[in-house]
Design a protein around this ligand. Structure first.
Ligand code: ATP
Ligand code: MG
Length: 156
């Protein structure tokens, strides 16, 4: 149940986000088709991406968790956008590598290991799916991944 998966992920982060002065918005259409995923894995992906979005977004910012149905390809596209510090374009190519971090002085958080995105990519790819990132320095970052519909769950 994609709707529940996304709502629970948003719930796990809304409190944390509020503490950091970052608002979390959920933009999820009604009646999402069922998806065929390892629930624990996708929860981990969502947690990694949402924690990044909150961690790298200054107070007063907004994080949007969005879902879009692609009926043609039988995929649910999920994106997490923030209004945060962004990532320099020279770092974007390597950002999914293990332990790769942009200059840690930029992060207002208590740092991290640089594994969150690498793990997220592995988990998404284990579904035969892909994850992408786009970012503009000092404007914000969007990470998008897709997951397959369950067979017979195309909802028309
Ligand atoms: P952790 O292992 O705790 O997740 P991390 O957050 O540093 O540590 P990743 O999640 O892999 O590691 O992210 C790698 C780097 O990419 C981060 O150190 C940060 O520089 C940059 N980054 C990731 N997400 C964002 C974002 N939403 N906005 C700006 N920079 C980001
Ligand atoms: Mg991280």
């Amino acid at each position: 149940d994609a709707d529940q998966l996304l709502r629970y992920a948003a719930d796990r982060f809304s409190m944390f986000g509020e503490q950091q002065g970052v608002q979390l918005k959920l933009e999820v259409p009604e009646n999402l088709p069922p998806i065929y995923v390892d629930k624990d894995a996708i929860n981990q992906v969502l947690d990694n991406l949402l924690s990044n979005a909150v961690k790298y977004t200054p107070e007063g910012g907004t994080v949007v968790l969005m879902a879009q149905v692609n009926r043609h390809q039988k995929r649910l596209h999920i994106s997490i956008s923030d209004t945060g510090i962004g990532i320099p374009s020279r770092d974007l190519k390597r950002i999914f590598e293990r332990f790769y971090r942009v200059d840690k002085a930029r992060s207002r958080g208590q740092g991290g290991t640089g594994l969150g995105l690498a793990i997220a990519r592995e988990l998404v790819q284990a579904h035969g799916a892909e994850i992408e990132i786009s970012s503009e320095l000092n404007v914000g970052t969007t990470v998008t991944f897709w997951v397959p519909f369950a067979k017979g769950g195309t909802a028309g």
